[in-house]
Ligand binder design. Structure first.
Ligand code: MD6
Ligand code: FE
Length: 215
């Protein structure tokens, strides 16, 4: 991984690190994710209650994975379709976490989102974790996304920025519970993924660090 600059704070706690991963690091991470997805295939999450499918497909790595179905949003240690434990978080993703999160404890969950052309993600907060002390660290690969971030109320004004392949975005501090979403993905903007589209990894703590862990 290229040594990162300090990043650009787009609002307090929300820091954009453009191209933190160089082209070789991006390719290596895609290979790691391909291997992970062969063990834990992408699935189509569904909205709680309505069962309406997301346009994004998902899988996870790490001790815990985020899933959504008619029963609700939750973290669980196994894949919803295969019943098997999630594969480990790729070392390169852990390196990114340690470079930018400011936390000594490793992430417990790495959600992997795949956006085919036309997929998007509505404005939401990441609030299914038991702790909000650690930031969420996101890594973008493939086609550029138009990302929108607001405040902690759904109606707060939002700003848009582009997340390109290799970009890392850190959501911490007072931005940890900021509303955010993906308005669209710009087809053809990257050649990283052979068939196009965008992968996004979000690395998170789910539980508080063990008592006595150094902070
Ligand atoms: C995405 N990202 O970039 C969706 N969540 O595809 C997220 O939902 C997200 O980028 C929490 C923190 C950073 C993120
Ligand atoms: Fe999110």
């Amino acid at each position: 991984m290229a040594a990162g600059p300090k990043g650009v704070a787009v609002r307090p706690g929300a820091v954009h690190h453009p191209r933190l991963l160089d082209a070789a690091a991006q390719r290596a991470l895609v290979e790691d994710l391909r291997a992970a997805a062969s063990a834990a295939p992408f699935f189509t999450p569904r909205m709680p209650r309505s069962g309406k499918p997301f346009s994004v497909r998902m899988t996870n790595c790490g001790p815990l994975g985020w899933v959504s179905d008619v029963a609700g949003y939750r973290y669980q240690p196994h894949h919803p379709e295969t019943g098997r434990p999630w594969p480990p978080i790729p070392a390169a993703a852990l390196e990114v976490w340690h470079a930018v999160s400011g936390r000594p404890e490793p992430p417990e969950a790495c959600l992997v989102n795949f956006y085919a052309p036309g997929a998007r993600m509505g404005l939401h907060q990441d609030r299914d974790e038991e702790t909000f002390d650690a930031p969420v660290v996101s890594v973008s690969l493939g086609d550029t996304a138009v990302f929108r971030i607001g405040g902690t109320s759904r109606n707060d004004p939002t700003t848009s920025l582009k997340l390109a392949s290799g970009d890392v975005f850190v959501f911490g501090g007072e931005a940890r519970l900021a509303f955010h979403g993906i308005d669209r993905v710009l087809a053809g903007s990257s050649t990283l993924l052979e068939k196009g589209g965008r992968l996004n990894l979000t690395l998170r703590r789910v539980t508080p660090p063990p008592v006595g862990a150094s902070a």
